[in-house]
Design a protein around this ligand. Sequence first.
Ligand SMILES: Nc1ncnc2c1ncn2[C@@H]1O[C@H](COP(=O)(O)OP(=O)(O)OP(=O)(O)O)[C@@H](O)[C@H]1O
Ligand SMILES: [Mg+2]
Length: 234
Amino acid sequence: MSDALLDIEALDAFYGPFQALFGVSLRIARGETVAIIGANSAGKTTLMKSVTGLVERRASRLNLAGRSLLGLETHAVVARGIALVPEGRRLFRSLSVEENLLVGGHLHRRGPWSLAAVYRLFPILEERRRQPSTSLSGGQQQMVAIARALMANPDLLLIDELSLGLAPIVIRDIYAALPQIARQGATAVIVEQDTGQALKVADRVYCLRQGRITLEGRADALERADISAAYFGV
Ligand SMILES: Nc1ncnc2c1ncn2[C@@H]1O[C@H](COP(=O)(O)OP(=O)(O)OP(=O)(O)O)[C@@H](O)[C@H]1O
Ligand SMILES: [Mg+2]
């Protein structure tokens, strides 16, 4: 895939002496939606942190749009056009919904996303814009976190645990937003515990187990049995 937006080759990641990723290679094309699946502790969050420079890592290649991210600090990675929606969302608790969104836009990268555009994507956020972010439901807070990331007009949007712990009705609304995000030109990588959801929304899927990629394929072509084997190692 020569037109890869994200191109990772032989990535290892470490927490001190503990190695969490082993030789992970993946390529994601512009405009794709890719899901990373895998059991607890498989290394999904670590993969996202490796891209954004939040964990110690080495790789023979870690490129965004052909330029290496290795050696860059997180703020510089963000400035290159990567936005992370972290596990647990990490909203600014003392700020209102709209203030959280404006923080996301502070780099003023050019692109389709603005306050008006994210409010069109998630209308409930406009209704709640003056409220403290903590007063929202978990699902609405996840919408704020995604909208805040979009305000940076990223080329690559990383979402860790898209639906974990959220009510089914709001999961549906959030998933419905993903194709709209893709149409605006952002490439999305989502970590999803719910494999069924991941397969519905993603073009391609990678499965991680114990820090290694155990399966890669088009979501519409993967067999249930192969996914189970890759996921559980049985
Ligand atoms: N800060 C840390 N210090 C030490 N080890 C860590 C740290 N964070 C994660 N690990 C370890 O790294 C491995 C991968 O963890 P990671 O959080 O990436 O998994 P995950 O796939 O995101 O799991 P989950 O589904 O539970 O979120 C695990 O063995 C975990 O215990
Ligand atoms: Mg995780």
